[in-house]
Design a protein around this ligand. Structure first.
Ligand code: PHE
Length: 346
């Protein structure tokens, strides 16, 4: 019996399969119902009682060694196994991968961010659910001030009996990110703030209750209106082409003084007048101005030492002008026939 055990141990040790299938064959040959190791266990029943302990241990060791070897070989072969590919018909057309593409809003958003990145701006982000302080109070909207009605707000929760104080709402502009930046950073500040904003407006071909904005903020010593104008001219030329002109019209925002609205020359008619620019030759694209000293003070920045400018634009509107999209609702319907038209723009 000892001879048999040694014999089997040697065979287990020396077993070196040429193919994965041989491993299972070997297992059956050894450990199967009629296997050689199994037979040895049968034989063990007839061993003299005083030898049982010793042989029992040896047979067990053989069993363990056999199983360990088989498992190790199986793992080794599974790792190097080639996938079992059967090519039945080489002429059959392959299954095409459906490639997605970027949404036009993302395309334009990224382009705008890239342009400002070249001027040294970094991207800042913030929450869509905001409080009154970040959206209004810190931006020089006093409570009950009519300027609050410029942006129809979706209110979520009222946290105080005082009007507006601590209200929770959906941000109506990404200026809230600018406030958050001023709270946490010291000048010089140069950030661009992209994000989704919400206003309680009736949905039509030119307005939606959800849209995307990109706002910018630049604060440093000696920042002037000339810097603002030059930065926006550079931006307009990069986005709409070298020949693009801008003009500024006086406007009002609570958080900037002076404030302006910026138009770019219509790139469809070259300024002569067409239906898109409604015959004026100009297209309105953004609001801007010098940051109001009240806003700087409210956010812990000394207006005697620092000045700055801010600007904000709607991404949907710019994408409409760039791609000639006539209905803003198309951006939100996600009809692939519409989206596929932008496959090659990237
Ligand atoms: N926050 C303004 C809006 O949403 C846009 C803006 C930003 C205007 C910065 C001026 C300066 O209407």
């Amino acid at each position: 019996m000892q001879q048999k055990i040694n014999d089997l141990l040697r065979r287990v040790e020396e077993f070196a399969p040429q193919a994965a299938a041989e491993i299972e064959e070997f297992r059956i040959k050894m450990m199967g119902k009629k296997g050689e190791v199994t037979a040895l266990m049968e034989e063990f029943k007839g061993v003299a009682p005083e030898l049982k302990r010793e042989y029992g241990q040896r047979i067990n060791a053989l069993k363990q060694a056999t199983l360990a070897k088989i498992n190790a070989l199986k793992e080794e072969w599974a790792a190097k196994a080639e996938p079992d590919v059967k090519i039945e018909d080489m002429s059959r057309p392959g299954t095409a991968e459906q490639l997605g593409s970027r949404h036009p809003i993302s395309i334009v958003k990224n382009e705008i961010i890239d342009i400002f990145a070249r001027l040294g701006y970094t991207v800042a982000e913030g929450p869509e659910i905001e409080d009154d302080r970040h959206v209004f109070s810190s931006l020089n909207f006093p409570p009950e001030h009519p300027a609050r009605d410029m942006q129809d707000t979706f209110f979520i929760e009222k946290m105080s009996n005082e009007p507006h104080v601590d209200d929770i709402l959906l941000r109506t502009h990404t200026s809230s990110i600018q406030v958050r930046t001023m709270e946490t950073q010291k000048p010089p500040i140069r950030v661009i703030c992209p994000g989704r904003v919400f206003r309680n407006e009736a949905i039509s071909y030119r307005a939606h209750c959800i849209f995307h904005q990109i706002e910018g903020l630049y604060i440093d010593r000696n920042v002037s209106f000339a810097d603002l104008k030059q930065s926006l001219l550079y931006f307009a030329k990069e986005l709409f082409g070298e020949k693009t002109q801008i003009r500024m019209r006086p406007s009002y925002f609570p958080f900037t003084e002076p404030s302006a609205e910026v138009d770019v020359s219509c790139n469809l008619c070259g300024g002569k007048g067409c239906p898109v620019c409604k015959g004026t030759g100009w297209l309105e694209i953004l609001g801007c101005g010098m940051v109001d000293p009240n806003v700087l003070t409210a956010n812990g920045i000394d207006p005697n030492e620092y000045s700055g400018f801010a600007f904000g634009m709607g991404v949907e509107r710019i994408a409409m002008l760039k791609f000639g999209v006539k209905d803003l609702r198309l951006y939100f319907e996600n009809d692939v026939r519409f989206l596929h038209q932008f496959d090659s723009v990237l």
